[in-house]
Write a protein that binds this ligand. Structure first.
Ligand code: GLN
Length: 289
């Protein structure tokens, strides 16, 4: 991450993201009654990055059910999103599906048995259906930028392969992973896409109630990497961050919220986005506790 400012610094390890002006902010809130509230640059598209890990996990669980948990755990890692340490300690089984190693495994599961193009099409279509918008696309320049600088992720994927925890060639799984991370959305599209996670009848019923609850549990415990405890303490609702500066946060039964501000805190989560969510949750008295 680059030197800090009041806005935080955008991710520096993906050159296409490093160029984004950190002094931007947007928020969109969809409530259970279907109303939409927005402020700031809510029509600006940003790189959703790790937020797609929620959707990929939903698809992987739909394809493989609880068998998926043989390949990836459900515990917070307490380490950075791209850490490799636990992979060696835990015999190639990533701690959870929201750190990079875990999301490489869920992507591999979605990919298995077909071409990357078809797996990507399913991921993009799932998100478009959830959002109720077909105008959601992959930014190829961001995917290429991350591929060219993705040494950590290549290391993680090869490490997984060395423990027989990849079904596809590492390059193929990573190509799919980099491309879904490079999806671009507005905060309004993202808040709309999160409706199904509210678990209320207003959103499109893409998943069973039990599965929605479990996704929320994982978002709360693991959605902000080693900053997950701090986010739960300050904001008090499940959330998933991305290194593009977006956060999708869910008030079960009440609201789906997307915030975006590209400057990050030292965990790699949006600095202003987290502050805004803490303020909003406090003013609205939104908390799962
Ligand atoms: N594509 C990014 C990476 O693999 C996602 C990380 C993130 O958003 N935290 O490094």
């Amino acid at each position: 991450m680059r030197a800090d400012s009041d806005w935080g610094a955008p991710a520096s390890y993906i050159p296409e993201l490093a160029r984004v002006d950190p002094a931007q902010f947007a928020i969109s809130v969809v409530t259970a009654d279907g109303r939409l509230h927005t402020a700031g640059n809510a029509e600006t598209r940003f790189s959703v990055q790790s937020i797609t890990k929620v959707f990929t996990l939903a698809i992987a669980l739909g394809r493989s059910g609880d068998q998926l948990w043989q390949r990836v755990g459900r515990e917070p890692s307490g380490l950075a999103f791209n850490s490799i340490i636990q992979l060696e300690q835990e015999q190639g089984r990533p701690r959870n599906p929201f750190i990079n190693a875990g999301a490489i495994v869920t992507t591999d599961e979605v990919l298995s048995g077909r071409a990357p193009r078809d797996a990507l099409a399913e991921i993009v279509q799932f998100i478009r259906t959830a959002a109720g918008s077909d105008d959601i696309h992959i930014n190829e320049a961001v995917a290429a930028s991350e591929t060219a600088h993705g040494h950590r992720n290549f290391a993680l994927a090869h490490f997984l392969a060395s423990f027989d925890n990849l079904k596809n060639p590492p390059e193929m799984t990573l190509g799919t992973y980099f491309h879904h991370c490079a999806l671009e959305m507005t905060t309004t599209q993202l808040a709309m896409a999160g409706r199904f996670l509210m678990g209320s009848p207003a959103g499109p019923g893409l998943l069973s109630t039990a599965r929605v609850r479990r996704l929320n549990a994982l978002m709360l415990t693991c959605g902000h990497y080693d900053g997950s405890g701090d986010f739960a303490y300050r904001v008090g609702i499940p959330g998933k961050s991305g290194v593009g500066g977006g956060i999708l946060a869910i008030v079960p039964g009440q609201a789906s919220i997307a915030v975006w501000s590209p400057g990050l805190n030292h965990y790699g989560n949006s600095l202003k986005g987290t502050e805004a969510l803490a303020m909003l949750a406090s003013r609205m008295n939104w908390s799962i506790f």
